[in-house]
Design a protein around this ligand. Structure first.
Ligand code: SAM
Length: 375
């Protein structure tokens, strides 16, 4: 396995790299597939035999939080150029492309961003996607607007919700979201979502050393026995703006040891092949936690996720530098079969395994931001 070496601080380079790619960049692969010979319909595998199974859709690149590890304030400030509205895929375009992805084997769709609850009338999109068939249709949110929206999302057909929550300590949480948002309002959103039937909830906590690692055990203890599943996530070198350093990563093995010392755990089997989180159950039978070891134990081998950016580009890896422009096809008069061909061609050519080959050199490559590509 490749050695993982710390990144130098890339923040200085952020201003030039934290930009969206040109929306009209010609994309030979997509255009050739859309106008060329039809590929066989149905599920499609990449160069390593990984089937296309999950689709994450970023419905907005905007967020009401400025989490220090994701959209740091000094980069995502009032001068930052978010996408203009006309560049965003419309709900009709998203639903159309999602249907084509489903025909190509996708059975799990996650709405994300940015903060997906900021997209006006997001419930209408949920309703349109829920009609596509027997899908696992979920959404990841920071929870700020969840108490207000959970009921209408459930009514629209959302299956479940994942809430990001980095600490139960109010001061730590306010410092991490960097907009002084109180933890109590996220906890209220979690309760309303559970009551609305969006359960079991997953609670995502990104662990950054020296910032919120003291919150690991309190977080586990708080949700133990609630039916909700806390997932502790290793801090990743996504995007180009968070100044990631290996020293800031708390390895998943250390997270498990820390919890196990106070709340004994035992390893549990994955629910399905390719599950991102490694599962651990409380020995007293009061529930489970997950750890997502994207840095220390790369899971590229089983990765079946495609991402659709806010402006309609497909990315085949969270750490990708280039996407493929589907919006040009959606708005260019191409039919569903041609667009399906393009998606299949992109997936068939996929070679990504970034986390397996992460080095100082790969970590320095400018990447698109997580808010745009969809976290
Ligand atoms: N705004 C929504 C939210 O807060 O959940 C959805 C978008 S957010 C980018 C999706 C997830 O990515 C969150 O759980 C967030 O904590 C996680 N995330 C963002 N930056 C990360 C990083 N550098 N390392 C690990 N996880 C990260």
């Amino acid at each position: 396995m490749a050695t993982i070496i710390p990144l130098t601080d890339v923040r200085a380079a952020a201003a030039s790299t934290a930009r969206h790619p040109s929306p009209d960049a010609p994309d030979a692969l997509v255009r050739a597939a859309a106008s060329g010979t039809a590929l066989a319909p149905g599920p499609v595998a990449d160069t390593r035999g990984r089937l296309l199974h999950d689709l994450r859709i970023s419905v907005t690149d905007r967020c009401n939080f400025r989490c220090v590890y994701c959209m740091p304030k000094d980069v995502f400030d009032s001068d930052y150029r978010f996408l203009p509205h006309a560049d965003l895929l419309t709900f009709e375009e998203i639903a159309r492309v999602a249907k084509i992805f489903v025909e190509r084997g996708v059975s799990k769709i996650r709405l994300t961003g940015g903060e997906p609850l900021l997209r006006r009338n997001i419930e209408r999109l949920v309703e349109m996607l829920a009609k596509l068939g027997d899908l696992d249709l979920t959404l990841t949110t920071n929870g700020a607007l969840l108490a207000r929206k959970a009921r209408s999302l459930a009514d629209a057909g959302l299956s479940r919700v994942t809430v990001s929550l980095d600490s139960l300590d109010d001061a730590t949480f306010r410092a991490m979201n960097d907009v002084d948002f109180p933890v109590a309002r996220v906890l209220e959103g979690i309760d309303v979502a559970a009551a609305a039937g969006l359960a079991p909830l997953k609670i995502n906590m990104v662990v950054k050393r020296g910032t919120n690692d003291a919150s690991i055990v309190p977080m586990a203890r708080h949700f133990k026995g609630s039916g909700h599943i806390v997932r502790f996530i290793e801090y990743m070198d996504v995007g180009a703006t968070n100044g990631w350093r290996m020293d800031d990563v708390v390895p998943a093995a250390e997270i498990v040891r820390t919890i196990d010392a106070e709340l004994p755990l035992q390893n549990a089997d994955p629910n399905y092949v390719g599950e991102v989180a490694e599962r651990w159950r409380y020995k007293d039978g009061s529930g489970e936690i997950g750890v997502i070891a994207s840095v220390t134990q790369a899971f590229c081998r089983d990765c079946t996720r495609a991402r659709l950016s806010t402006d309609g580009r497909i990315y085949t890896c969270l750490f990708a530098t280039e996407g493929h422009d589907l919006r040009a096809l959606l708005r260019g008069g191409f039919d569903d079969t041609q667009i399906g061909n393009a998606i299949a061609a992109v997936w068939r050519a996929r070679t990504d395994r970034y986390s397996e080959i992460r080095t100082a050199n790969t970590a320095r490559i400018p990447r698109v931001e997580m808010s745009y590509i969809g976290g």
